[in-house]
Ligand binder design. Structure first.
Ligand SMILES: Nc1ncnc2c1ncn2[C@@H]1O[C@H](COP(=O)(O)OP(=O)(O)O)[C@@H](O)[C@H]1O
Ligand SMILES: [Mg+2]
Length: 399
């Protein structure tokens, strides 16, 4: 029995979880007394009893494994399903071939290959309903330790590890790199083009040179802002799990940010009015990061909601029972944001209108940065917007 369980442990896919499973199997091996393999040598009846006792043991082991686990016979018919597998794959049924219940060609061919070659198979399987999920599936033969077992010698044990989250992160990373490259590529192509023109056809045209240098400066500025934002994002992400250590006076900070945007506001014909408490409001947090948060939010209000003519910034105690200490709100009276865009605004590079954002020197990373900083401060950001009325962004922060 010890051998059986030790082999089962070895047949599971290699993961930290296996250590736990291995340990459980080992403890079980000590606990489960009947030694079925030995009984095999005591005649046909004894062998049958042994086989049943072995199946029973297998079943109990299956229930202790922290992964969906299924045992199929040589025809791929389901013989055992642990509770996790039954919950994950509602269609699995005892006595029914996996090929009929799960209808997954990758899984079916892994079972086939395992049976034919006697070697374990690891494959990745997708399941589309009810939601798209990915599993790393391991199919291992029970044969090596059951050479004399009459019924179970070609059975296989299948474990399913959910790798959906990993695939989602992979896809996000690939998307992010594609987006970042595209955002850098566009201005770079333009700069390279103008360098060619200045070296060739426009070499002696002073007027054209002035114009092209101006465009090149704009495009270089765009690349530079993008790189600043990318670095900012990566710095904040790498510190995401560390609680900020300093202290900040929110009142002073909001005052300072609105002052620093006054020239920009005056140019756009917008007034920024601050409704702040009379004395300092000190919380623990990272001053530079929180500065970035409110600068981004006020800049957005100016850039995209400036038509409304005024912006209000307020700092108040958060509602009692909300779990937060302070609520900071930046409100504009601009055109607002169509509802379908609101939940996606904090995604990297997501913009309602990419062209307008580029014209306004946006990178599409501002709100992604804001969200990361607010998360790091254990806060909560909520964007509320109504078409034709304006947008209001609320940041809740703990003390
Ligand atoms: N106050 C606002 N009013 C209307 N649209 C806004 C507002 N704030 C943000 N947005 C929209 O959200 C998008 C993402 O904002 P952000 O992440 O700061 O990127 P950026 O400002 O660099 O474009 C903006 O491009 C804009 O379309
Ligand atoms: Mg912005």
């Amino acid at each position: 029995m010890v051998l059986v369980l030790a082999w089962l442990a070895a047949s599971l896919p290699v993961e930290p979880l296996d250590l736990v499973i291995g340990l459980v199997l080992f403890v079980l091996a000590l606990a489960l007394a009947p030694d079925s393999v030995e009984a095999l040598h005591r005649g046909p009846d004894a062998a049958e009893v042994a086989a049943r006792s072995f199946e029973e043991t297998l079943f109990r082991v299956g229930e202790t494994v922290g992964l969906p686990w299924v045992i199929v016979d040589e025809r791929g018919t389901v013989r055992q399903v642990n509770a996790l597998a039954a919950r994950q794959f509602a269609k699995l049924e005892l006595g029914v071939p996996v090929s009929l219940s799960l209808r997954n060609p990758v899984l079916v061919s892994a079972i086939d290959n395992c049976r034919r070659t006697g070697a374990s198979q690891t494959v990745e399987m997708q399941q589309a309903v009810p939601t798209l999920m990915f599993f790393r599936v391991h199919v291992a033969p029970l044969a090596p330790l059951l050479a004399d077992m009459p019924t179970t010698h070609k059975w296989m044990v299948i474990t399913f590890a959910d790798v959906t989250e990993q695939r989602r992160i992979d896809a996000m990373r690939a998307d992010f790199i594609a987006n970042a490259s595209h955002e850098l590529r566009t201005p770079l192509t333009s700069v390279i083009g103008f360098i060619e023109t200045l070296r060739g056809p426009a070499a002696r045209d002073a007027k054209a040179r002035e114009k092209f240098l101006g465009i090149m400066a704009t495009q270089s500025g765009r690349m530079s802002r993008l790189i600043d934002d990318l670095l900012s994002l990566s710095r904040i992400e790498s510190r995401q799990h560390l609680t900020p250590s300093g202290t900040v006076d929110l009142r002073g900070l909001l005052d300072e940010v609105s002052e620093s945007l006054a020239p920009q506001a005056a140019e756009a014909g917008v007034t920024i009015s601050c409704h702040l408490p009379p004395s300092a409001v000190v919380i623990s947090g990272d001053r530079t990061e929180l500065h970035e948060v409110f600068e981004n939010l006020m800049e957005n209000a100016l850039k995209y909601g400036g038509d409304g003519g005024s912006i209000e910034v307020s700092l108040k105690p958060a509602a009692t029972g909300s779990g937060y200490a302070y609520a900071i709100t930046v409100t504009d009276h601009g055109p607002g944001i169509p509802a379908e865009h609101v939940p996606r605004l904090t995604e990297r590079f997501y913009r309602v209108d990419a062209e307008s954002s580029r014209k306004k020197k946006g990178t599409g990373l501002g709100l992604a940065i804001v969200k990361h900083i607010v998360n790091r401060h254990r806060g909560l950001m909520t964007i509320r917007s109504e078409l034709g009325k304006g947008t209001s962004v609320e940041v809740l922060l703990p003390a």
